[in-house]
Design a protein around this ligand. Sequence first.
Ligand code: NAG
Ligand code: NAG
Ligand code: NAG
Length: 360
Amino acid sequence: MGLDKCEQCYEHQALNRNVFNYVKWKHRAEKSRQYLIMATIFMVASLSGVLLFVLLISGVIRVPQTDNSTSKVSIIKEEFGITREGVKIDRYTLRSIANASIEIQVLTLGCTITSIKVPDDKGQVDDIILGFDDLIGYERTDNPYLGAVLGRVANRINKGTFKLNNQIYHLPINDGDNHLNGGHSGWNKAVWNATVVEDQLTFSYISDDGDENFPGEIHANVTFRLTKEDELIIRFTAEIREKMSPINMAIQPFFNLAGEGSDSIYNHEVTIFADYYLPTKLDLLPTEIYTDQPAIHFYTANSLDIKHGKSGHDYGKHSGFSMVPQNYPDAINHDTFPDSVLYPGSTYIHTSWYKFTTAD
Ligand SMILES: *[C@@H]1O[C@H](CO)[C@@H](O)[C@H](O)[C@H]1NC(C)=O
Ligand SMILES: *[C@@H]1O[C@H](CO)[C@@H](O)[C@H](O)[C@H]1NC(C)=O
Ligand SMILES: *[C@@H]1O[C@H](CO)[C@@H](O)[C@H](O)[C@H]1NC(C)=O
């Protein structure tokens, strides 16, 4: 669909009957870039590991082919700033050496993707990620999770309430009457430990039992890998101790394929290969629907209103888009939605592939 008549675009959850979600974005003005996202989301690996295996064997899924050889990517660390609480934040830059056309920067604050630089069809390199120039920007109270990891549970939980193991939990209410993206201090506000192993950058975080009223201690990792085919692979994993908890990890970069700060996304085209979409009510909670597979949250930045982003750019309505693979919103309160519970002894795994190309 074209996005010129974007007034009708809203927040929707694209659902896929298959395990694979596949989305293609294209900027179709003179400067042309394409962006593809392919995502698999597995709520509980002990179950889905078997499912993935079966699907791979049966040829239903084709995992993108990537070259596993190492040292084709350079990963550089530098200090980005000091938080209001006095914690040092580092920025990591991943750059493809073999094909030095793509560069990605990520912070230890909330695993935030601050920039992705890619060339267009004329070789002009632009930063296609909305964000801020400095840490003060990312710490702003009006920062709408730009580029950040979302957890423990991305998206909304109705009235911030759920029942698990015969216990009722009340979470912080931070979005109207509901709980959104992990609460007042979600994982986007956490400072993650970074480890570089060959071409992989892994961020780790321990979310304590009782963190934002969620049960159980969760050990979470987010791994970034850039391949020489210009794919960014982001892998989320998590394990829990003793108790069980809902989980739904995601990351929310806002893109503008014409370059951040360009007027709008009206010259973009999007194709979403989904079997269904999940209608939501005004408060963006879903109406009841039955299906048993994962989703992609599609948002055309209808209520974005950021003054003084990068280089002083203002980011208004429709100045970017986000495409966030995840489980269904409020899955913990809907028996017919895919299970969002992380159990002790199992591993949560979610992998997304982002591929950047130029249009024909
Ligand atoms: C460099 O990137 C271009 C565009 O994605 C691709 O066609 C080409 O194969 C890449 N070159 C190498 C050496 O990987
Ligand atoms: C992060 O590093 C600190 C200090 O070295 C350590 O205490 C903590 O356990 C680490 N957290 C994770 C998740 O590795
Ligand atoms: C996170 O990564 C560390 C190594 O960096 C590994 O020891 C640990 O098992 C990983 N945890 C999960 C939940 O993947």
